[in-house]
Design a protein. Structure first.
Length: 264
């Protein structure tokens, strides 16, 4: 698919109400599909407040998340990057992103690699160790969860594996929203690829999330930006821009990996 319609679903998460959050996101996802989106992206840890991961009842919740988004993706023949949810596995609690393909199957499970040291995350979550890469309608796509975007090494590894589109599911505080926007633009410019970041916008007693979900093209230009309120918008990404950007400014083709390796 040369032009990919992507829906950014920016939501305000209800505290300790995963059922309400799921219902809102299912409704927004279905609406985006009817408006022409082929890919829908949700924010980080939408199934609960940030951070109330003491709950043990994650298995039943995981089953419902998988079932509902699988049905929705299959019904609309779309892909769903289902944000991230706190899920318990054999190793412990993980911050996990599920990606559903247009047939309703899970085509990728990605666990957040860089666990943030604040908001009790370091003590709560086990870090992932595997790159998140999948194919979305002919677009090789990399998945990041929030803090992952601050690590250029991770993003470069994805780009070197052929990724042309980065999807970032976030829960980024309002007070640091400048960093969120800057990092997303920087990762696009460094790798000359598209980057889409979807953030939360709820207000809690401990932290306020800043919204400002956005899409940036391979030139580093912002082609869509939301404000700090709940909203769903669709952006259309043109695959040809990746190669055009790399020919226009040959940063990507001027890399000298064989030299960089000598310094490590």
């Amino acid at each position: 698919m040369d032009v990919l319609p992507v829906a950014l679903v920016q939501t305000a998460v209800f505290r300790k109400s995963p059922t309400s959050n799921l219902e809102v996101l299912l409704e927004e996802t279905a609406r985006a599909a009817k408006n022409g989106a082929r890919v829908v992206v949700l924010p980080e840890l939408w199934n609960q407040a940030f951070l109330t991961v003491e709950r043990e009842d994650t298995e039943g919740e995981e089953r419902r998340v998988l079932l509902e988004f699988s049905r929705l993706a299959r019904r609309h023949e779309m892909a769903v990057i289902a944000g991230s949810v706190a899920m318990r596995c054999r190793e412990g609690l993980v911050n996990r992103c599920y990606v559903f393909g247009p047939k309703g199957n899970v085509i990728l499970t990605y666990d957040k690699i860089h666990v943030y040291s604040s908001f009790f995350q370091k003590d709560a979550f086990k870090a992932g160790t595997t790159l998140g890469i999948c194919d979305l309608f002919g677009w090789k796509t990399g998945i990041l969860v929030c803090f992952d975007i601050e690590f250029p090494e991770l993003c470069r590894s994805l780009a070197e594996n052929g990724v042309r589109l980065l999807m970032v599911v976030g829960a980024w505080p309002a007070e640091h929203i400048r960093i969120w926007k800057t990092m997303i633009a920087a990762r696009s410019m460094e790798n000359q690829i598209f980057t889409v970041g979807v953030n939360r916008c709820d207000r809690g007693p401990l932290v306020q999330f800043g919204g400002r979900s956005l899409a940036v093209d391979p030139y580093g230009e912002t082609i869509l930006e939301l404000d700090d309120r709940p909203a769903t918008e669709i952006v259309r990404l043109r695959k040809e821009l990746v190669e055009k950007a790399r020919k226009c400014n040959a940063v990507w083709f001027s890399r000298r990996a064989e030299v960089y390796r000598k310094w490590r």
